[in-house]
Design a binder for this molecule. Structure first.
Ligand SMILES: Nc1ncnc2c1ncn2[C@@H]1O[C@H](COP(=O)(O)OP(=O)(O)OP(=O)(O)O)[C@@H](O)[C@H]1O
Ligand SMILES: [Mg+2]
Length: 471
């Protein structure tokens, strides 16, 4: 039997792995509970008893146990005195009036931490995005401290175990993908790769080589083609948009194709599907949760920091303090839009942040198939049934799409090629299914040169091919 080599694509949303025997590569099923078993949702649920659940069942466990549940929080005095500027966090809304806030008012306060007392578990999503954040070193879950590398290792461990079952032997080396830019900041980029390497080592990979994810997708396509070609890959996933331009010379065998290939340029930006979801939440959901409401005798605008926390649903629970809830109750009583503020309070109190994020993501995906859809979240005091049309969605995400286009232009500039000098543009990653992204690519390259590759496994397959010719 030929030796097998493996490629690992740890994604912001989905993780996939593939094996290659030197000629062919194939993706390995990782999650029997997922619609597409070859992709493992990059989700981790840690229960209060310390159980870890990875993949589709992590989301199911969170919804079954945590949603609809009244979170109880306890404020713990950390015994440290600090001083805060009361008006230090300016409200960024259009209606913000600096005259109403005196930023010089200082207030003595005690440093306190908010603990969830009755939570059955915590769900982690988009962990890959945390890799680049120097400030996020670890988090405490039910009294146990987990480093970011450890959290990711739980996901990689599932992938490695499945690979070993498939191969019938231990695996100690793999080619891992990495985005072109985890972050726009060079230091953060290096930190993210180092942390991913550590996570891989924690599960027993002794030798880890990194290749850019779009290079993986390019290799996956190009090794099966005999002609000389200049290819661009546009891989837009959940967290990053990655582009590369590669050239392959004519030649038959996989080894020959790879040996003759050259990476002409790479470019990328940490903006992708998660950013599109946030834009929908910001423009379509926030107003229904009172973001434009006014409250109090002076009819002040709502503090925007509350909404910023909701954009990152994993932190919403921190808003669920008696202080904030009481404040919201008071604001509601004097508001010109009490229904919105009541819905906001319900969202915070009953832990509906993940449901909101999930419903918005599902609606976004439906818009890849249909012209209009509704975002429905009807629970207790929340009665959202908002229409979202594909055209409107296109407008909402225009600026985000411009950042993706900038990466494409950057890759062309670095490679010193014009769009018409590219033979084929290969698209992969879930966000390339968004019609507005397709339209952007069609406008630049024309429909005939676009080739869509397997959305969720092409990167891992290509990385496995690279592994088989590198190790
Ligand atoms: N049919 C669809 N229409 C629009 N968006 C989609 C569709 N299917 C998936 N997505 C989006 O694609 C993203 C996930 O894509 P993918 O699995 O390629 O990302 P990833 O590889 O995990 O992330 P990254 O490569 O950025 O680390 C999510 O934002 C998801 O909402
Ligand atoms: Mg990806």
């Amino acid at each position: 039997m030929k030796p097998l080599y493996c490629g690992v694509d740890f994604g912001t949303t989905n993780t996939s792995v593939a094996l290659c025997d030197g000629d062919k590569a194939w993706a390995i099923p990782l999650d029997a509970h997922n619609d597409a078993p070859t992709s493992l949702p990059s989700l981790l649920y840690i229960s209060s008893e310390g159980d870890k659940i990875v993949g589709r069942r992590a989301a199911d466990a969170f919804i079954a146990r945590n949603v609809d549940r009244e979170v109880k929080l306890r404020q713990v005095d950390l015994g440290v005195a600090v001083e805060a500027y009361v008006g230090a966090e300016p409200d960024k809304s259009d209606a913000y009036n600096p005259a109403l806030v005196d930023s010089n008012v200082r207030q003595a306060m005690r440093a306190r931490a908010t603990l969830e007392v009755n939570s059955p578990g915590r769900l982690f999503q988009s962990l890959k995005t945390l890799l680049r954040q120097p400030a996020f070193k670890s988090t405490e879950v039910f009294g146990v401290k987990y480093q970011i590398e450890e959290l990711i290792a739980y996901i990689l461990d599932v992938a490695k175990t499945r690979l070993e079952q498939e191969m019938g032997a231990p695996i100690e080396r793999a080619v891992f993908g990495r985005p072109v830019r985890f972050s726009e900041d060079g230091d953060e980029n290096a930190l993210a790769e180092e942390r991913l390497r550590t996570a891989a080592q924690l599960v027993g990979f002794k030798e880890v080589l990194f290749f850019y994810e779009p290079v993986g997708a390019c290799v996956e396509y190009a090794v099966d083609v005999a002609d000389k070609q200049r290819l661009m890959v546009v891989d837009i996933g959940g967290g990053t948009c990655d582009v590369c331009i590669m050239e392959f010379q004519s030649g038959g065998t996989v080894a020959k194709r790879l040996a003759s290939s050259a990476i002409r340029s790479v470019a990328g930006t940490p903006v992708a599907g998660d950013a599109l979801d946030r834009e929908i939440i910001r423009t379509k959901m926030f107003p229904l949760l009172g973001s434009r409401a006014r409250y109090g005798p002076s009819q002040l605008p709502m503090p925007q920091h509350i909404y910023n926390q909701i954009l990152d649903w994993q932190n919403i629970y921190k808003l669920n303090t008696e202080e904030t809830i009481n404040w919201l109750l008071a604001a509601e009583a004097s508001s010109n839009y009490p229904e919105g503020l009541r819905a906001l309070r319900c969202l915070i109190r009953r832990n509906y942040g993940y449901l909101l994020a999930r419903e918005v993501e599902s609606a976004k995906k439906r818009l890849s198939e249909t012209d209009a859809t509704r975002i429905n979240i009807v629970r207790e005091d929340i009665a959202i049934e908002e229409l979202l049309e594909r055209e409107e969605f296109g407008h909402i995400v225009e600026t985000t799409l411009e950042r993706m286009l900038a990466s494409i232009v950057e890759a062309e500039t670095r490679a010193e090629v014009q769009p018409e000098q590219i033979d084929f543009v290969l698209t992969t990653g879930g966000t390339c299914l968004v019609p507005a992204v397709q339209a952007m690519l069609k406008e630049r390259f024309g429909v005939d040169r676009l080739r869509s590759r397997d959305t969720f496994t092409s990167v891992a397959s290509g990385l496995a091919v690279v592994a088989s010719h590198t190790f």
